[in-house]
Write a protein that binds this ligand. Sequence first.
Ligand code: NIG
Ligand code: FE
Length: 433
Amino acid sequence: MAAVDLIVRNIGQLVTLEGPSGPRAGPAQKELAIVRRGAVAAVDGRIVAVGTEGEVTEAIESTPDTLVLDAGGAVVTPGFVDPHTHAVFARTREDEFAMRVEGKSYEEIAEAGGGIRSSVRSLRAASADDLLTRGRATLDRMLTHGTTTAEVKSGYGLSLEAELKTLRVIDTLARTHDVDVVPTFLGAHEFPDEWRDDRDGYVVHVADEMIPAVAGEGLAKFCDVFCEEGVFTFEQSRRILLAGVDAGLAPKIHADELHASGGAELAAMVGAVSADHLVCVSDDGIVKLAEAGVVAVLLPGTTLSLGKTEFARARAMIEAGVPVALATDCNPGSSMTESMQIIVSLASMMLRMTPAEAITAATVNAAAAVGLDGEIGTLAPGKLCDLVIWEVDDHRAIPYHYGVNLATSVVKRGRVVRGHPDGRKTPGPAPAH
Ligand code: NIG
Ligand code: FE
């Protein structure tokens, strides 16, 4: 065995999630494969050994150059994966937030010209440099809170030129930021003002002009669509997703967020990698997701931020055998957070997912929702060494202790990118709870 360049040792609970490949559904969603008194070793950014300290020490060779991180008895998990974000935008929308608090609905604000179309106006006017600076700051906050991979969608451009501008910014972030970025084309996020009287014409424009241009430049891995009453119909969504498939972009769907719109059924029909939101999904839609192996990406931060009280039926999905993932939906309109930690807390508190199910949803199942479960999402030999040392000594405290940042050290591709190079910043276990 070659000498390793990183060892993380003295891990109280090492949450490996080792198990069969692919997303975890049903009872398997709560199997974390925890190793007590564990260690992880890596070379060139990839894990080479995982197990008890004794097993790892036996298996590897270290040199004076090997960085040894002492986790101080804390919990270590794979880095969080955020599989649904709109993290590149030009302006925040706290004005709309305040209006919602005073009683206006998200749909009313959108109808009056606010919402996504307001973000379209500001993004079109912004320079790529400004978008890049803001996008970098957003990814910085994600990393600080333990997210090591994030999907980022376009969808505030809604013209070929502005969508390409956005996707090129996303591409620059992907190449230059420590967070690994997965790009998604969302030209069908809303109808832009200039196409509002010819909606089918815009669908043809997205399918026949935007998708080939985006795919031709290699700027997206996925194609997404907002299938919703008042936005893209089932048929329009299908047309766009199939055009994406033809161009090599795998489908994702904003499905059944505000109304039951057949989004889950469409996801199953086109073989989508994920169906996202699903607050209003039908019982039949849940069965279809399970049969087709589509990952359900739930976004409880959006429900909370929109002031709604009906959350997605995570328990029904898990019981039906749908693999459930979680995401922030980080965006200026309906969910302004970069923290997967608060989402994991909301999943336990509002979706009644156990802490173990929520951690699976934020790691291996989230990785599957962006087609990367072969690379990230579990701590196993061969995978990228993306991990977080948490300021807790029991994994259940990650959703339990909420509204603060519990990530003390973040390791991305084997490098300490956040926190103290010697692991925990506080000596000894976190305060008793
Ligand atoms: O996922 N639902 C559509 N898109 C976003 C909201 C975007 C916005 O309001 O800017 C979402 O919630
Ligand atoms: Fe979204």
